[in-house]
Design a protein. Structure first.
Length: 114
């Protein structure tokens, strides 16, 4: 990953519009990683809760996070906020948010993703 959007500030936020029928985010992930909450198209806020296996290092594991698929093809809006992670402190010990990839799924015919 040669470029990433990074912060360690809990409460930092990001929002963007995308055109497509699905969305996947990719992170430089590890035990130092923050969790996040997000809202798609003004809907219910959801919170990530990613497992950190014992073998997981502090960072350097590229890990995708599925946000949505099956959306109507068109313009969508994502809001995201960095959170302090929860859980077993032996498996989590940081607030680093390192977004390395934003993957938008599109269908050339304009239909819904399947």
């Amino acid at each position: 990953m040669d470029r990433i959007l990074t912060t360690s500030a809990v409460g930092a936020s990001l929002q963007f519009d995308f055109t497509g029928c699905g969305l996947c985010l990719g992170f430089d992930f590890g035990k130092l990683s923050a969790e996040f909450s997000y809202s798609l198209d003004g809907g219910e806020w959801k919170t990530s809760c990613r497992e950190r296996p014992v073998w997981c290092g502090e960072e350097g594991w590229f890990r995708p996070y599925h946000v949505a698929d099956g959306l109507a093809e068109g313009r969508h809006h994502l809001e995201l906020k960095v959170l302090h992670g929860d859980g077993d402190r032996s498996q989590w010990k940081g607030t680093n948010f390192k977004l390395a990839f934003i993957g938008v799924v599109r269908r050339p015919d304009g239909g819904a993703c399947i």
